[in-house]
Design a protein around this ligand. Structure first.
Ligand code: SAM
Length: 200
């Protein structure tokens, strides 16, 4: 029997609730990481656009297994109670001069993960260009702050210059590809760009 869009959304939302995650987005990172092994225990991870905190909590629990460091930055505070002991929370615009300087102070990183997304307006051109801006900023940060052999994942709305960004990532990483997790809503136009093994 075909699973309806609504059933799929409810399935992941309820599973997140049962497992103590604030958002269903956790299952996207789970899928991305099991396909590509971005993060290992002991890593220093930067999570951009981290609120409400599912990716951060999953990274703490399942990927670092409590061993490592996560710097989690968002315009909004995390809704994790308690905030895990491996996490340094920074609230503000990741790309403002002041917050960016703090991210640099906390770096460099073994992995940068970004699920950052703009507030959507419903106007696809506006939304994709804002998403493209965020993705480009994360790539710039990675060029500066990602260690050799480090990995990255960034979200971008399709139609927002993802081919250009992927091309740029191919110059930075040994391997770069686009990935659409099954846990993404069927009607979502998001896609994830993955960069593996930062070159020297
Ligand atoms: C889809 S949510 C992230 C969900 C998160 N990965 C989780 O699992 O809980 C997108 C987030 O990007 C954040 N964001 C958008 N622009 C940002 C910016 N310039 N700096 C920091 N965070 C930003 C939003 O505030 C929002 O919380």
């Amino acid at each position: 029997m075909a699973v309806s869009r609504r059933d799929k959304a409810d399935f992941y939302t309820q599973k997140a609730h049962r497992e103590g995650y604030p958002a269903r987005s956790v299952y996207k990172l789970e899928e991305i990481n099991s396909a590509h092994r971005l993060i290992k225990p002991g890593d220093r991870v930067l999570d951009v656009g981290a609120a409400p905190g599912s990716w951060t909590l999953y990274t703490h629990r399942e990927l670092l297994k409590g061993n490592g460091r996560i710097v989690s930055v968002d315009l909004n505070p995390l809704s994790l109670d308690p905030v895990p002991p491996t996490v340094t929370e920074i609230t503000g615009d990741a790309f403002s001069r002041e917050i960016r300087a703090r991210l640099v102070e906390e770096g460099p990183y073994d992995a940068i993960i970004s699920d950052a997304a703009p507030m959507t307006t419903g106007n696809r051109i506006v939304d994709t260009s804002r998403s493209e801006y965020l993705a480009e900023q994360v790539v710039l940060l990675a060029q500066e702050q990602l260690r050799r052999h480090g990995n990255m994942v960034i979200k971008i709305f399709q139609g927002g210059g993802e081919q250009e960004i992927l091309k740029k990532m191919r110059g930075i990483f040994s391997k770069a590809k686009a990935f659409k997790p099954k846990a993404s809503r069927d009607d979502s136009f998001e896609i994830f760009l993955i960069g593996l093994d930062r070159k020297a």
